[in-house]
Design a protein around this ligand. Structure first.
Ligand code: DI6
Ligand code: FE
Length: 404
């Protein structure tokens, strides 16, 4: 008897993004078959049984199918808005002047503390929907605008709620060590104690975080303070990741590697020893060209060193109100190519396979392979390079999350 499938997409061109390749794993006459939300077959149409039975058959008319996109670094749940700050900056105000006038990250913290979970969800939905409209099927969301246990947990709960009101997989990261809250009176060590002894255990107990993140920087936390947060995460069995070497080289990439972090992110100032340490540890590099562009950074991440040492490179939006108000993975890809000189294959892998790897979910999504969730983006394009090349144009034809 012929095998039965729920849905079959035929007459498609596939960019499978299978691991271990520098190309896209293209299949010209391709077919995908799904059952129970999972890919059962992704390959040449000619190798697929002609008598296979399916509840639904979709003729893709030669369109390209890529894995559903993965945004592996966002801060898209927050209260308020910082457009006014942008206007002040355009008039010449410095980041410090804005911060002293009550703006900057502290203003987002104040607005986030005032917002209910429902308000946080409602505020984040248009941003999440913008990502989904371009084919995103997995999105990571960080806390870090609460900076107290209650608000951090509310932010993470809002992130989890988003995954219930939209067909998208949400991965959460606890970023209590994002900035020093105003009530800490400059005492960073005492705030780190609070994170390790109270906030993180409460977040872990509630099952609200899939990973723990930090911001290691002169304006944020030191290597020693970050290591304490990572030790606490390790004791709770949670994987770690780090905002590292964004504005200066404090050895963030090396520290992340030492803790076998899933990823080190930003990395504009990472040196060769950091890249080597990441390669050895299997820590992914998450590159964030939106922040690089928006704060008019000039130091580029060492893409050449990452290639040389075989560090996996992901690309993400870093969607946040202060340094990267970006909700487009297509534009992130264009920026990855034009600003960082990444290849088309690297950009596409960066928002699919490598994004999934950076989140620790590569076994579940990120490539078109049997056994994974059937997460697809179907595009009206002639060649995959169009996804990277065009600016501000969305050629998504349709999106499929877990075969639906
Ligand atoms: N790095 C950044 O660039 C943002 N956070 C971080 O860890 C800035 C966040 C903000 O200004 O709201
Ligand atoms: Fe970030």
């Amino acid at each position: 008897m012929a095998e039965r499938f729920d849905r079959i997409w035929h007459n498609a061109r596939l960019a499978t993004m299978r691991d271990g390749r520098v190309d896209l794993g293209e299949i010209e006459q391709g077919l995908i078959a799904a059952r129970d939300g999972r890919i059962v077959y992704a390959g040449a149409q000619s190798d697929f049984p002609v008598d296979a039975d399916a509840a639904e058959r979709i003729d893709c008319a030669g369109r390209w199918i890529t894995p559903g996109l993965v945004d592996c670094h966002t801060h898209l749940v927050y209260g308020g808005n910082r457009a006014h700050e942008f206007e002040l900056r355009l008039k010449g105000a410095s980041y410090e002047e804005i911060a002293r006038a009550g703006g900057g990250i502290v203003s987002t913290v104040a607005a986030t503390r005032k917002a209910t979970e429902g308000e946080l969800v409602a505020g984040a939905l248009p941003r999440l929907d913008a990502l989904i409209a371009e084919g995103a099927t997995t999105v990571e969301i960080k806390s870090g605008y609460g900076l107290d246990a209650e608000t951090e947990m509310r932010q993470l709960a809002a992130a989890r709620s988003l995954g219930r009101v939209r067909q998208v997989a949400i991965r959460t990261s606890f970023l209590g060590a994002h900035a020093l809250p105003p009530e800490s009176d400059g005492d960073k060590d005492r705030y780190i104690d609070l994170i390790c002894n109270q906030m993180l255990p409460a977040v872990a107990k509630a099952g609200l975080a899939d990973a723990v993140d930090g911001f290691m920087e002169g304006i944020a936390f030191s290597g020693e303070q970050t290591a304490r947060v990572f030790e606490a995460a390790r004791a709770l069995g949670l994987p770690v990741k780090l905002h590292a070497d964004q504005l200066s080289n404090l050895g963030g990439a090396t520290l992340a590697a030492k803790f076998s972090a899933l990823s080190a992110d930003h990395l504009e100032h990472t040196d060769e020893s950091g890249a080597v340490a990441m390669a050895k540890a299997g820590t992914s590099a998450v590159l964030l060209p939106g922040a690089f562009y928006f704060i008019r950074e000039t130091q580029k991440p060492p893409v050449e060193l990452f290639r040389k040492h075989g560090v996996h490179m992901a690309l993400a939006t870093d969607c946040n109100p202060g340094s990267s108000p970006l909700t487009s993975l297509l534009l992130a890809m264009n920026m990855g190519a034009t600003l960082f000189r990444m290849t088309v294959a690297e950009c596409l892998a960066g928002v699919t396979r490598e994004g999934a790897r950076a989140l620790g979910v590569l076994a579940e999504t990120g490539t078109l392979e049997a056994g994974k969730w059937c997460d697809l983006a179907i595009w009206d394009i002639e060649r995959p390079a169009e996804l990277v090349y065009r600016i501000g144009f969305n050629p998504l034809h349709s999106r499929v999350w877990r075969a639906q």
